[in-house]
Design a protein around this ligand. Structure first.
Ligand code: TXA
Ligand code: MG
Length: 314
């Protein structure tokens, strides 16, 4: 049985004992463990059912902690940290030798992020050390944006879940790699856009994957509900629209339909915040299928489109 509570001290005690704790972040809930305890880190992989070839993000309470984990830190990484941290940006940097290769899945790089959620920061600072935290879902399932989602996925585990309310960003962080003498590479789109990064850096950010470090775990079908999920743009048949067993997610252009539906609106930030919870609700409505309206092909929708395309991959 999982326990949902708001007691940071209790969570710290659990982490010190090598247990896992689900913590709220501004992006999605994370399944946290002591980043310096390999046994605890292995428990994260086991609990999620995640292959150990898929590295974890190390969460820090202060930007200064980064120097304990990474070395040869490029000035551009400092600029990004100063501007976007705490916040939904993860930096992939050269790992120090002592950093556990269980955390990095054998790579010589380490992913670092200072989350902005006040409860995550309180937990990290009270714990006094970094925490690995993948999204708190089982492998390939929807990421959780509410404590209840975590409790549901890990109903049979003895897991402490810190309840920090609904996540305000709602999609996983933007991931970039920053290495000396190389362009900054965008490895996973998030709500911090390529243009925002370029404005702050004053130089171009690469998105093509050639030459970039690998980002294991970006499976084509990911972030997916169990109910068959399809995307659509136009031309819905009358038969589909009148089917009461089909659920709908609209993006500012609702159609008339008979099944359960939600319009997540035409503002990407609000859409992102509500997407996973809306998919989660439809997924638990015993429907034959879910249809998701494709968001506009614009940069500010890029992260949302990425998740919608993955959720609706065959
Ligand atoms: O917003 C987020 O980033 C959330 C919250 C909990 O912080 N975390 C999250 O973790 O999305 P996860 O494990 O679901 O996704 C982390 C991604 C994976 O695709 C992984 O391959 C990549 O980060 N990653 C981690 N370490 C890496 C490294 N050293 N090099 C390249 N990619 C890395
Ligand atoms: Mg994940």
């Amino acid at each position: 049985m999982s326990t949902i509570h708001t007691n940071v001290e209790r969570a710290v005690t659990r982490l010190r004992a090598g247990a896992l704790v689900a913590m709220p972040t501004e992006t999605v809930y994370g399944l946290a463990a002591d980043a310096r305890n390999d046994e605890a880190v292995r428990r994260v992989f086991a609990c999620k059912g995640r292959p150990n070839t898929n590295p974890l993000i190390v969460h820090v309470g202060e930007a200064a902690w980064v120097d304990d984990w990474a070395h040869a830190i490029d000035e551009r990484a400092r600029v990004l940290m100063a501007h976007f941290w705490p916040g939904p940006l993860t930096l992939v940097l050269p790992a120090r030798d002592h950093v556990s290769r269980v955390v990095t899945a054998g790579q010589d790089t380490v992913a670092l992020r200072q989350p902005a959620h006040p409860m995550a920061l309180a937990l990290l600072r009270a714990f006094g050390g970094a925490l690995v935290a993948p999204s708190a879902n089982r492998f390939m399932a929807l990421s959780p944006t509410m404590a209840d989602h975590v409790a549901h996925q890990f109903a049979d585990d003895d897991l402490d879940i810190l309840d920090g309310g609904p996540c305000t960003v709602g999609l996983e962080s933007t991931i970039v790699s920053v290495f000396l003498g190389e362009p900054v590479h965008l490895l996973r789109p998030g709500m911090i856009t390529r243009t925002e990064l370029e404005v702050v850096l004053g130089e171009a950010v690469d998105v093509d994957r050639v030459g970039a470090v690998r980002v294991p775990g970006q499976h084509h079908r990911h972030y997916a509900p169990r109910t068959p999920c399809h995307r659509f743009d136009v031309d819905l048949s009358e038969e589909l629209r009148s089917n009461v067993n089909v659920g709908w997610l609209f993006c500012g252009r609702p159609n008339e339909v008979r099944g359960p539906s939600r319009d997540l609106g035409s503002d990407p930030a609000c859409y992102a915040r509500d997407l996973y919870a809306a998919l989660y609700d439809l997924d638990h409505a015993e429907l034959a299928a879910i249809y998701v309206q494709v968001p506009p092909e614009e940069e500010r929708w890029r992260a949302v489109r990425d998740r919608v395309f993955r959720a609706t991959s065959p």
